[in-house]
Design a protein around this ligand. Structure first.
Ligand SMILES: O=P(O)(O)OC[C@H]1O[C@](O)(CO)[C@@H](O)[C@@H]1O
Length: 534
């Protein structure tokens, strides 16, 4: 199968995408798909019928349909941890049974959702309050999946945020928590400690700092703490009242957890109704992913486009470029979701992969990126497939003209990548400015755009809670499909462990309590230099 993809990639690598439009005037219709108000356009890639068929054959060969059902029905597809992968149950608003080990998990999921809603509404109305009155600020302390999702979504849904202000602290760098707590009133602050394991050193260190900050002013600082975790034993040890502990099961992976208790800060910010809207969008995308035929399935097509560009054509990165300032944290959120999931080197059986695993994912919102790294995207020697995202309308009707300009920029960028500018066109432009001879040629060559660079565009109506839910779930399923085709486990993350273990061992060495024996020359040298400059 992979040989077919390689052979096609060899054959089609340099063919003109524009010529594909010439050959098929309805190419846009043939190479785009719609679902629930979303439109995914992949016509500006060099995928043709033959390539698409070969990519779809990869899905069949990998047993995508069976594996998808296995995920949705609670099979333990995270084989290295012996866990089911059921974040979809957290947004299963139908309440239809979902079984793990023969037990329906839905009653528990829905009961926790209702508890979260009661608490969030109590915080918002003031029924639950701090020592100094109504809660004005919520500080979510967490990292990775216990931070990126709610932080990304709280920014994305700013127009819907009408509860207390929310802040997110993740970095163990004391500057982060210091800068967030500075200016907050401990008597009116709720601290949410978000950690699936409740052992993550960054989070527990920051939580301790927050507790001291509160204890300096309040008699009962614990009363203004809540915990989101799978580890009830540890939350109890830490002294958080069970009424403010919101638990979830081990079948919710950290980077897929914002749909449940990890979303509490978001729920407090936007309210229970909008949070349910977010869940409904995710649930609708689940239904689409589960039911739509592969050739019309947005998640499958998004994944296949990624596979074609990364494993087929060998483009090592992909840029995610939302033309929506409020999606500023979406690329960072996707970095964890995609790279922690599909950045693996062995298959399910532990054998070395014979193809590359997931790409480097990066990006920034347009139009800002245009004034930063787009130079490389247009004229650099490496091809970067670009994934544009654009809403049909913004939330500021009186600034609609700015939204039109934003949209024009987005479409212009994908057009420029496709079309490019030939040497002849560049020469004509420079000649019109009066240049001649060798200088004309030299100046023109700097103004050539190779073009024929692939991009996709995902259009949505407006960034509502529902649409955000659709988008996040779409990307989750894309990661699933890519992982299945690559034959890897997308739901473990062993690659983060070694650095954590070494950091624990380095702490006493840095503190001067232990020596640097056994350390490599560079690490020992850096420790010595750090100690000397303190
Ligand atoms: O929620 P926890 O257990 O604190 O973990 C935080 C993050 O750390 C990781 O385990 C990686 O270090 C992520 O997968 C996870 O989202």
């Amino acid at each position: 199968m992979w040989q077919d993809i390689s052979a096609l990639a060899e054959r089609h690598r340099d063919r003109s995408i524009l010529s594909l439009f010439d050959a098929d005037p309805a190419r846009f219709d043939h190479f785009s798909a719609r679902a629930g108000g979303l439109l995914f356009d992949y016509s500006k890639t060099n995928i043709c019928d033959e390539v698409r068929d070969a990519l779809l054959a990869l899905c069949d060969a990998a047993g995508l349909e069976q594996k998808r059902e296995a995920m949705f029905t609670g099979a333990k597809i995270n084989e290295t941890e012996g866990r089911a992968v059921l974040h979809t149950a957290l947004r299963n608003l139908s309440g239809d049974p979902v079984k793990v080990d023969g037990q329906d998990v839905m009653p528990g999921v829905l009961a926790t959702l209702r508890r979260m809603e009661d608490f969030a509404e109590a915080v918002r109305t003031g029924d639950y309050h701090g020592a100094g009155g109504r809660i004005s600020d919520v500080v979510n302390i967490g990292i990775g999946g216990s931070d990126l999702g709610p932080a990304m979504a709280e920014l994305a849904l700013k127009p819907y945020c009408d509860g207390p202000r929310c802040h997110f602290v993740s970095n163990v760098d004391g500057a982060h928590i210091h800068d967030v707590l500075k200016g907050l009133d401990p008597a009116r602050t709720l601290v949410i400690v978000a950690s699936k394991t409740f052992t993550t050193i960054e989070t527990m260190t920051n939580a301790e700092t927050a507790r001291k900050w509160m204890a300096a002013k309040l008699d009962d600082p614990g009363a203004q703490f809540a915990a989101l975790s799978s580890n009830a034993e540890k939350t109890a040890e830490w002294g958080i009242d069970p009424s403010r502990v919101f638990g979830f099961e081990d079948w919710v992976g950290g980077r897929y957890s914002m749909w449940g208790p990890i979303g509490l800060a978001l729920m407090i910010a936007v309210g229970a109704t909008d949070f349910r809207g977010f869940l409904a969008g995710g649930h609708a995308m689940d239904k689409h992913f589960r039911e739509a035929p592969a050739a019309e399935n947005l998640a499958v097509l998004l994944a296949l486009t990624g596979i074609w560009h990364n494993q087929g054509l060998g483009y090592a990165t992909r840029a995610v470029l939302p033309y929506e300032q409020r999606l500023a944290r979406f690329p960072a959120y996707l970095q964890q979701m995609e790279m922690e999931s599909n950045g693996k080197r062995v298959d399910m059986e532990g054998r070395d992969l014979t193809i590359d695993s997931g790409p480097v994912v990066w990006g920034e919102p347009g139009t800002n990126g245009q004034h930063a790294f787009y130079q490389l995207i247009h004229q650099g020697t490496r091809v970067v497939p670009c994934e544009f995202m654009l809403g049909a309308e913004g939330h500021e009707p009186d600034l609609a003209h700015q939204h039109d300009l934003l949209a024009a920029n987005c479409l212009a960028q994908s057009e420029a990548l496709l079309r490019g500018r030939s040497l002849k066109e560049a020469t004509d432009i420079m000649a019109a400015k009066g240049l001649e001879g060798a200088e004309l040629d030299r100046q023109a060559r700097h103004r050539v755009f190779p073009g024929n660079r692939p991009s996709t565009t995902l259009l949505y109506t407006k960034l509502t809670p529902y649409v955000l839910g659709q988008l996040v779930a779409l990307y989750e399923h894309r990661v699933f499909v890519e992982g299945v085709i690559l034959g890897i486990n997308s739901y473990d993350q062993w690659g983060v462990e070694l650095g954590k273990e070494l950091a624990v061992k380095l702490s006493p060495i840095l503190a001067g309590k232990e020596g640097t024996e056994g350390k490599d020359g560079s690490t020992a040298g850096l420790v010595t230099a750090l100690r000397a400059s303190r």
